[in-house]
Write a protein that binds this ligand. Structure first.
Ligand SMILES: Cc1ncc(COP(=O)(O)O)c(C=O)c1O
Length: 415
C-alpha cells in the first residue's frame, strides 16, 4: 500500500513485476515489491514480505469500504482475497509463466485442479484427460464431474496432435499432464494445445513436475497451467498448496469460480512457500542432477528392467522432452524385472536414507511402490516385476545409491 493507506504501487515499482531476469535472479527478487516490504521513504524496507494474517480488514469510512470492494486483486478487502504475503507469492509464481494474466493460490494441488476444471466445464460438456493423469484428477473427472453431468474421456497420453480426432462439438476442456504421473511419458503439449485452441477448446496443464521452471506451459500454448506448490516450490514437506496461472479470458473465469468456491490460503503457508521459492532453481538443479546419476546407476543394475525417466532414450516422449524442457526434475520411476507388490516390504522396509511416504519434491528423498497398470483404461502399461517411484532430495547421491543397492540385494535374496 501507499503511504496514504490506499492500495497501489510506489513510484518506480512496476504494477506487475515480470521476470525479465534469469530464473535464479527471479527466485531471489520476486514478490519483494516496495509496498509489500514496507520500503518507504528511503528506509530500504525489510527483505521478506511479512506474514500478514487477516480475516477482517477495517475501513475508516463507508466510501473506503465500497471502494475496496471494487478494487484490484492485490488490494486489502477481506481475508479470502489475501494479504500482501499471498500476493507476493502469486506474483512470484506468475512470473514463472510468461503470458499469464494472473496466478491464483489454492489450499492444495488437488483443489487447484478441481477449481480450474470447474471453471471450464458444465453439465452436458465433454472433457479429455490423459490415461497417465494423477489419480485424484482422474477420480474427480470420472466421479464428481460425472454426477454433475460432465462426460470425461481418457486418452492415450502419446496421442499428440491426433487428439483432434477425439474432439466433439461439446468438448470444452483438454487436460494435459507432462510427464505423466508414475509412468513419465512426455506429451506433445505445444501440438495438442494448438489443436485445442484452433477448435475453441480450453487446455489445462498439470506442470507440477517441471514446477513451471523446466517447462513454460502458457508459452507452449496452454490456457491454464497448474502446479502443486506442495512439491518443489514448498520443497520442505511442511505445507500443502496449489496454484493456477491463466491467460486473459480464462483467468477471469478461474477467478470467479475460485471466489465462488471460497478458495484461499493462509498467510503463514504463503510465507513458507515463498521461502521455498527463493531456493527453487537451486534445489531443482541439485535433485535433478542427483536423480540422473542414480537413474543411470539403476539402469545398469541386473535387477532393473527399465528406468522411467524423460531424459532416457527409451522413455516415451524423450525427443519431446529434449525439444521442450530445459532440464529434468528429481522424480522418476523404476521397473524391476522381478518381484511384485507383495514383495515390497523386502525392498522398502529396510531403507535408511529414503523415507516411505506420499508426495515428492521435498529436500528429503522418498520411495514408494506403484501400480500404474491398475490406473490405465485406454493405453497399456506392462511391467515384468515390481514398479516404484523415487523422489530424489538433497542427500549425497552416493548414500542413496548404497541404500538402493542394499534394497535390491534384499529383494534378490527373497525372489
Ligand atoms: C502430478 C501431481 N499433481 C497434483 C498433485 C496434487 O497436489 P497436492 O498433494 O498438493 O493436492 C500431486 C500430488 O502428489 C501430483 O503428483
Amino acid at each position: 500500500m501507499q503511504r496514504d493507506g490506499k492500495p497501489g504501487s510506489l513510484p518506480g515499482t512496476p504494477a506487475h513485476s515480470r521476470p525479465d531476469v534469469s530464473a535464479d535472479t527471479w527466485a531471489v527478487t520476486a514478490g519483494r515489491r516496495a509496498e509489500w516490504t514496507q520500503n518507504r521513504e528511503g528506509t530500504g524496507g525489510i527483505v521478506n514480505p511479512p506474514v500478514w494474517r487477516a480475516s477482517t480488514i477495517l475501513y475508516p469510512s463507508i466510501a473506503d469500504m465500497d471502494a475496496a470492494g471494487r478494487a484490484a486483486d492485490d488490494t486489502l478487502f477481506y481475508g479470502r482475497k489475501g494479504t500482501p504475503t499471498a500476493w507476493a507469492l502469486r506474483d512470484a509464481l506468475n512470473g514463472l509463466e510468461p503470458g499469464s494474466a494472473g496466478t491464483l493460490l489454492f489450499p492444495s494441488g488437488v483443489a487447484a485442479l478441481a477449481v480450474a476444471i470447474l471453471s471450464a466445464v458444465g453439465p452436458g460438456d465433454h472433457l479429455l484427460i490423459p490415461d497417465s493423469a494423477y489419480d485424484p484428477t482422474t477420480s474427480f473427472c470420472f466421479g464428481f464431474l460425472k454426477r454433475m453431468g460432465v462426460v470425461a474421456e481418457a486418452y492415450d497420453p502419446l496421442i499428440g496432435a491426433g487428439i483432434a480426432g477425439l474432439f466433439r462439438p461439446e468438448t470444452r476442456l483438454l487436460i494435459l499432464e507432462s510427464p505423466g504421473s508414475l509412468t513419465f511419458e512426455v506429451q506433445d503439449v505445444p501440438a495438442m494445445a494448438a489443436a485445442a485452441r484452433a477448435a475453441g477448446i480450453a487446455t489445462l496443464l498439470d506442470n507440477s513436475w517441471a514446477a513451471s521452471l523446466l517447462f513454460k506451459g502458457i508459452a507452449a500454448g496452454c490456457d491454464m497451467v497448474m502446479q502443486a506448490v506442495t512439491k518443489y516450490v514448498g520443497g520442505h514437506s511442511d505445507l500443502l498448496m496449489g496454484s493456477v496461472s491463466a491467460v486473459p479470458g480464462h483467468f477471469e473465469k478461474l477467478r470467479a469460480t475460485a471466489a465462488q468456491l471460497g478458495q484461499c490460503v493462509s498467510a503463514d503457508d504463503a510465507a513458507l512457500a515463498l521461502r521455498g521459492f527463493r531456493t527453487l532453481p537451486l534445489r531443482m538443479e541439485r535433485s535433478g542432477r542427483s536423480a540422473l546419476e542414480i537413474a543411470h546407476w539403476l539402469k545398469g543394475h541386473r535387477l532393473v528392467h527399465r528406468v522411467l525417466h524423460p531424459a532416457f532414450e527409451d522413455c516415451p516422449g524423450h525427443a519431446l522432452w529434449k525439444r521442450d524442457f530445459s532440464g529434468a526434475a528429481g522424480l522418476f520411476g523404476v521397473v524391476l524385472d522381478r518381484g511384485s507388490r507383495a514383495d515390497a516390504p523386502a525392498f522398502f522396509d529396510g531403507l535408511s536414507h529414503f523415507g516411505m511416504g506420499f508426495s515428492w519434491g521435498g529436500y528429503e528423498s522418498l520411495a514408494i511402490p506403484t501400480s500404474p497398470e491398475r490406473l490405465r483404461t485406454v493405453s497399456r502399461f506392462e511391467a515384468p516385476g515390481m514398479t516404484l517411484r523415487l523422489s530424489i532430495g538433497l542427500e549425497d547421491p552416493a548414500d542413496l545409491i548404497a541404500d538402493l543397492s542394499a534394497a535390491l540385494d534384499r529383494l534378490e535374496t527373497l525372489t
